[in-house]
Design a protein around this ligand. Structure first.
Ligand SMILES: *[C@@H]1O[C@H](CO)[C@@H](O)[C@H](O)[C@H]1NC(C)=O
Ligand SMILES: *[C@@H]1O[C@H](CO)[C@@H](O)[C@H](O)[C@H]1NC(C)=O
Ligand SMILES: *[C@@H]1O[C@H](CO)[C@@H](O)[C@H](O)[C@H]1NC(C)=O
Ligand SMILES: *[C@@H]1O[C@H](CO)[C@@H](O)[C@H](O)[C@H]1NC(C)=O
Length: 688
């Protein structure tokens, strides 16, 4: 409490300081305060950039890592490229490549004098460069409270793995030639666009739309990546998460870290901090935690406020489900349904064996099919933690739904077979997400790994909810939170107060009858009595009574603070009556002493004495079904699953705050993949 009123009563200086820093607060007024701060930020940004000076663009292309792919977006006021004097001076030494003296887990700058650094993109380096820039702005704001709100340049090529495009940059095929890629005959590649008269460092073909027919994984990967680097719109905002803070910056222009000068500024900061030469900085390991340490010092606080009061519930008032009608939007949504104009596009994959399937990966960010259960598991883990931390830090109310709720109820984790994950939010938060965060990138707390998520709100969000009508718009999902490293995404739907006379679907009716006390808020003919303002529904056909949802219960899911509906049991019972208690499901079985799902053919017999050992908090190989990977899984998850037991004993009424959150449970899939690749392609040793 004290720290909150602090930031508000303090002077102007602190105020502008906190514009940059979205603070995590639990109090009501924040819902008003945060949008106001954004407004201020926008106004400042609009009046910015009376930049004079050299309009001559420095061609930095070959000087480091990947050749510049150039900007083809036409912008009105093009800011000149940064001058990068230091890098120019050191150009010669930069071109001398050295042997990489570290293991594959070590991060270096994109202009480091090592072959792999020039040919691959390490997102951790990008994150470090941006966090360092945030620190410089925080320092500047403290010294000069009138300093401008930061705007950072951005280029997709710094944020995705660009390795696959390198041969295409060297050989420069056009669409005709590109027709052979991933094919055994030269067939035209549908949708391919020739990019003529372009800079020698740019691609000569790209795509601007998803495939309309099935394609190989290789082609789908190139399709998405050429789209991103050539024509994709820039994100609207970048939101960097760290503990219970979020740093929100606007995006300025399409420029990579070299042309924007961010890389050079990073190098200068490091030279000053460690009294290193240019050469020393670019050939040494770097870490984002270094920059985070500086930010912590600048702010004078830890990223997690350990003194923040905990809570056991969150009230959600019925007013938060108000969703004003917009005739124009409704009409557009209806037209989109009529012509089946979809907003989201999953990939249409032709597998190596010739099989064809639609897979749940966003086409823009697809890289490869993730078939390994453990790898997929770790991607979901980061996605879920990213969404929960983002919504908590930005004061967006969200709770677990469907398979997320089911998995949580069992052991606090998503079940291993799940192929989709759903969350729900009240209408007001969905509106805020659409208006303030649509098209933004959320950068995961570096302690949670390398995840970066693109927030994409359907233009016809919640139109289906109004009349629970599938014809009202082509898609039922209101928001996707997409992992840009893999294309996998979470699905989020908004809930609104149900319209007058809407019939209650049978499954919801059964639930209401079981609940008893909520029945009086329905009309006798079992339709919605809107005057009571008690029934809410989503565009996916789910109906709830407000008392079933609110007050939300605080809990942990995948180790992070989360919310579940107040009467989650009745909702689970409606959705999953037959599996809520089952021990066998979908090729898996639940092993009580491990508190985990394992494959059905595993753990056929475990001696009682070993089960007893687990019950006492120990573990051993035999008890872990004499399987090292199950033992490893048990070790990772035991604290999280133990919490679920404890919580059930406490009637799901635990007082929790950020300090109760658990660290990342699974290894970062992207880092593991990169290490393996560096080892295979460049012979760089793996860490022990
Ligand atoms: C920085 O390094 C140089 C040479 O390595 C040394 O001469 C100088 O004293 C150092 N400065 C500081 C402030 O440590
Ligand atoms: C937690 O919930 C219980 C009842 O549900 C309530 O009596 C108690 O005051 C709550 N505790 C806190 C700290 O909010
Ligand atoms: C969100 O952004 C995308 C892409 O910029 C756009 O197509 C979509 O209509 C936006 N959604 C809303 C609700 O404005
Ligand atoms: C699990 O943890 C135990 C005890 O800490 C340790 O001895 C064992 O080697 C671990 N097993 C695996 C597979 O990581």
């Amino acid at each position: 409490m004290a720290s909150d009123s602090d930031s508000h009563s303090a002077g102007k200086q602190r105020k502008s300081f906190w514009i940059l820093v979205g603070r995590w607060r639990r109090h009501r007024y924040v819902k008003v305060a945060i949008p106001l701060l954004y407004l201020v930020a926008f106004i400042l940004v609009l009046s910015k950039f009376q930049y004079k000076g050299d309009t001559h663009a420095l061609e930095s292309s070959r000087s480091f890592s990947l050749p510049s792919l150039g900007a083809i977006l036409n912008r009105k006021h093009v800011k000149p490229d940064a001058k990068n004097k230091l890098m120019e001076e050191n150009r010669r030494s930069q071109n001398q490549l050295l042997e990489f003296p570290y293991t594959a887990d070590v991060t270096v700058l994109p202009n480091a004098p090592y072959k792999h650094a020039r040919e691959t993109s390490d997102m951790r380096a990008t994150h470090a460069i941006y966090f360092e820039a945030i620190n410089r702005h925080l320092v500047e704001l403290q010294q000069n409270p009138k300093a401008q709100i930061p705007e950072f340049d951005f280029h997709w090529k710094d944020w995705i793995d660009m390795h696959d495009l390198i041969p295409l940059l060297e050989q420069k095929p056009n669409c005709f030639v590109a027709g052979v890629l991933g094919s055994n005959v030269r067939t035209p590649w549908p949708g391919c666009i020739d990019a003529k008269n372009k800079d020698s460092s740019e691609l000569n073909f790209y795509f601007d739309s998803p495939a309309s027919d099935y394609e190989s994984a290789y082609r789908l990967n190139l399709r998405g990546k050429t789209y991103l680097v050539e024509v994709a719109p820039l994100p609207r905002k970048l939101i960097f998460l760290a503990g219970d803070l979020a740093f929100v910056v606007q995006v300025a222009e399409k420029k990579d870290v070299v042309r924007s000068g961010l890389l050079e500024s990073y190098i200068k900061s490091q030279m000053a901090r460690y009294n290193h030469t240019y050469q020393q900085v670019i050939s040494s390991p770097i870490s984002v935690f270094d920059s985070l340490g500086e930010i912590r010092q600048t702010l004078g606080r830890d990223f997690v406020d350990a003194t923040a009061p905990g809570s056991n519930k969150t009230e959600v008032s019925i007013d938060e489900f108000e969703f004003p009608a917009n005739k124009k939007k409704t009409k557009l949504a209806g037209a989109a349904f009529h012509y089946q104009v979809l907003h989201y596009h999953d990939i249409l994959l032709r597998k190596k064996d010739g099989g064809e399937s639609r897979e749940k990966y966003d086409w823009r960010f697809f890289s490869n099919l993730i078939e390994d259960e453990a790898e997929k598991r770790s991607t979901w883990h980061q996605l879920i933690r990213g969404w929960l931390q983002f919504s908590s830090n930005m004061d967006i109310t969200t709770w677990l739904s469907q398979e997320a709720l089911l998995g949580w109820h069992r052991n606090g984790l998503l079940s291993p077979w799940e192929e989709s994950v759903h969350f729900e939010v009240p209408a007001r938060d969905m509106i805020r997400l659409a208006e303030s965060f649509n098209g933004s990138l959320v950068i995961q707390d570096p302690r949670d790994g390398t995840g970066v998520f693109y927030l994409d709100v359907n233009p016809y969000y919640m139109e289906r909810a109004r009349n629970n009508n599938g014809d009202a718009s082509p898609e039922s999902i209101d928001l996707k939170f997409i992992d840009i490293r893999t294309g996998l995404y979470l699905e989020v739907t908004g809930l609104m107060i149900s319209s007058y006379g809407l019939p209650i679907p049978e499954n919801a009716m059964e639930m209401f009858i079981n609940e008893g006390d909520v029945l009086e808020d329905l009309k006798d003919d079992r339709t919605v009595d809107a005057s009571k303002r008690k029934i809410i529904n989503s565009g996916t056909g789910f109906f709830y009574h407000i008392d079933q949802i609110s007050p939300l219960r605080r809990t942990l899911f995948e180790g992070r603070l989360a919310n579940v509906p107040n009467r989650f049991i009745s909702i689970l019972d409606m959705l999953y009556k037959d599996i809520i208690k089952t021990k066998e499901f979908y090729g898996h079985k639940y092993v009580d002493h491990l508190r985990l799902w394992v494959h059905s053919d595993q753990c056929n017999y475990v001696p009682t004495e070993d089960i007893d050992l687990f019950k006492k908090g120990g573990s051993n190989f035999i008890g872990a079904c004499h399987d090292y990977s199950i033992w490893g899984e048990y070790n990772r998850t035991k604290t999280a699953t133990l919490f679920t037991l404890l919580e059930a004993e406490n009637d799901y009424n635990m007082v929790l705050s950020s300090i109760d959150e658990l660290p990342l449970l699974y290894d970062d899939y992207w880092i593991r993949k990169r290490e393996k690749f560096l080892n295979q392609a460049y012979d760089i040793p793996l860490r022990l």
